[in-house]
Write a protein that binds this ligand. Structure first.
Ligand SMILES: [Ca+2]
Length: 178
């Protein structure tokens, strides 16, 4: 037994240990961090209205279609309230801008509320450096719990209304234990 162990080079044992630790670390990240949520087009319950409710309403940020976007009216700020149906603890949000700069979000505020009657909004994160880009942009560094989430678009790169392609939320059901 000892002889066979001694035949394994020390570097191979060290490598195996590193791979094992790396694997455990990945597993921890998966179980502790949650996942990108499966979205529903029914989540937006209030939003800045659009002149094109069929083609460009708030559900278009949840349809997984890069080519559809929300095109709200007015000069801002603009907002969408999402009802996730049950409370979630979220730690990341991603948004996909149009990518034409003119209609790209540059700043937003995310708020959370446990209830809707009345809402009790609490600031979750303010992001002031959203890039003018059509790439998916992720923003983390927070942890908050709520059933209702309000995405306030406070500024766009050229003050025009946002053309927002997609919004995703990362987290897990609040209070759920596996
Ligand atoms: Ca879309």
């Amino acid at each position: 037994m000892m002889e066979s162990m001694q035949r394994i080079p020390k570097w191979a044992l060290a490598l195996a240990l590193l791979v094992h630790l790396g694997f455990c670390n990945l597993q921890l990240k998966d179980t502790e961090g949650g996942a990108w949520l499966e979205r529903s087009p029914d989540w937006p319950i209030e939003r800045t209205e659009t002149q094109w409710p069929d083609a460009a309403d708030a559900d278009k940020v949840l349809d997984g279609n890069y080519y559809s976007h929300w095109n709200p009216s007015g000069r801002g700020p603009w907002y969408i309230i999402f009802d996730l149906v049950v409370p979630y603890t979220l730690s990341k949000i991603s948004i996909t801008n149009n990518g034409d700069t003119t209609h790209d979000v540059s700043m937003f505020l995310l708020e959370a509320s446990a209830s809707s009657d009345p809402y009790s909004w609490e600031d979750v994160v303010t992001v002031t450096e959203v890039a003018a880009s059509s790439e998916v942009q992720e923003f983390g560094g927070f942890s908050a719990t709520g059933r209702f989430w309000k995405l306030n678009i406070t500024e766009t790169h050229r003050t025009w209304q946002p053309w927002l392609r997609e919004v995703n939320f990362f987290g897990e059901r609040a209070g759920r234990r596996i």
